[in-house]
Design a protein around this ligand. Structure first.
Ligand code: G3P
Ligand code: MG
Length: 382
């Protein structure tokens, strides 16, 4: 039985099937084309717990996304993926999501927790920095423009015995690197202090990463040396928990940060200093609005002929944030305020019957498909 909860009762509507608009949906988008010139609305989809669980599409996400394209597969309704996750460059993640969801997703439609690290390239372009996390954290950073970045795997492999537990770890991160580049890497690592550490995605080897990060942060960037000034530390997000394929939530990057901070503050005279990016920070939603505007301009560049002035500043009446985590997705959209409208699904962290007590969403639905149903009905009958 469908359970749609509106924060304000006045928003209640009947199930789309009964709405004449719904039948419109089934009609081809090209018929709608004449109606949808420059959509006054856009959508931001969270990924984990809304569109995917692990790598498995959920909640009718593939069908829901297909309704945002016309019959020729051309994107009609501007949408992005706004996730705190990461580990692969946006272009690689876009093609992976296109594969999983069966729609053509542009790299510009993928905004990840670490995407704002691009803003720090100027400051650390040629400085030695280390990148932590699953996937290809160093490749992501070098594609952003960081020229002297090593993954914590590569960095740790330069210090014998830095991880006393390595011998007990069945998996070995020891990359098969030729003697020359190992030597080159060691020369860099022994002669240059680490100027910053970036936690790009969820740490894979907590014990090693916490050990090596403490070694780097307490010595001013040179493990094994005397105590020194802590280099800057950046986290892509601060999610304590998130929904993956296992029935109950999994510990997120925020849990890793808490563990690192608790240990560091016990072994170092000064408390750990760090910066966390990602939702619920309002800057993420401000940036999302700009990216959606730019997407509209690129979708409707033929309409913008002659008025290049306001490319990327398309005024939206409503931007829908569809998320599963009240304290991250909904809290963020609420803090961002107009034009954000928050929709909470029950396929991830939130599984409640009603709305969330502390961070109530504008709308609560079971799945992302119902969320898209609702907003298309609302937008096309307004
Ligand atoms: O590691 C990612 C996780 O913390 C949340 O991802 O897509 O739900 O923002 P997402
Ligand atoms: Mg999520």
């Amino acid at each position: 039985m469908l359970r749609i909860i509106f924060k304000n009762a006045s928003q209640s509507r009947s199930k789309p099937q009964s709405c004449p608009f719904f039948s419109i949906i089934s009609r081809s988008y090209s018929q709608l084309h004449s109606q949808i010139q420059r959509p006054s609305f856009g959508i931001a989809f969270d990924i984990d717990g809304v569109v995917l669980l692990g790598n498995t599409p959920i909640g009718g996400s593939s069908q829901a996304l297909k309704r945002l394209y016309d019959d020729c597969g051309k994107l009609k309704i501007p949408y992005i993926f706004l996730t705190n996750g990461g580990g692969f460059h946006e272009s690689k993640r876009a093609s992976e999501l296109s594969e999983l969801l069966g729609v053509n997703i542009l790299p510009s439609q993928v905004v990840q927790g670490h995407s704002p690290f691009k803003q720090l390239v100027k400051r650390f372009e040629n400085e030695l920095v280390i990148a932590v996390g699953k996937g290809e954290p160093a490749a992501v950073m070098s594609e952003y423009g960081f020229k002297n970045v090593l993954s914590i795997d590569e960095y740790s492999s330069c210090f014998d015995n830095i991880d006393p537990l390595a011998q007990y770890k069945k998996w070995s991160t020891k990359q098969e690197v030729d003697q020359n580049s190992t030597l080159k890497m060691k020369n860099i690592v022994y002669s240059q202090r680490v100027q910053a550490a970036f936690v790009v995605s969820d740490s894979v080897d907590w014990s090693r990463d916490i050990q090596v990060l403490c070694d780097v942060l307490r010595t001013g960037g040179l493990p094994g040396r005397e105590t020194g000034h802590q280099p800057p530390l950046y986290f892509a997000n601060d999610d304590l928990e998130y929904q993956a394929a296992f029935p109950s939530e999994r510990l997120g990057m925020g849990a890793f940060r808490i563990a690192l901070e608790a240990i560091f503050n016990r072994i170092h005279p000064k408390a750990l200093e760090y910066t966390s990016f990602g939702k619920p920070s309002p800057s993420v939603f401000k940036n999302a609005e700009t990216i959606l505007s730019q997407l509209v301009s690129s979708l409707h560049h033929h309409l913008e002929a002659g008025n290049h002035g306001d490319a990327g500043s398309h005024p939206f009446k409503t931007l829908y944030m569809i998320g599963d985590n009240p304290s991250v997705d909904i809290n963020g959209a609420r803090q961002a305020g107009h034009p954000w409208f928050s929709i909470l699904t029950r396929t991830g962290v939130f599984k409640g019957k009603e709305n969330h007590a502390k961070f109530p969403a504008d709308l609560v639905v079971d799945t992302v498909e119902e969320a898209v149903d609702f907003l298309l009905t609302k937008e096309c009958s307004s």
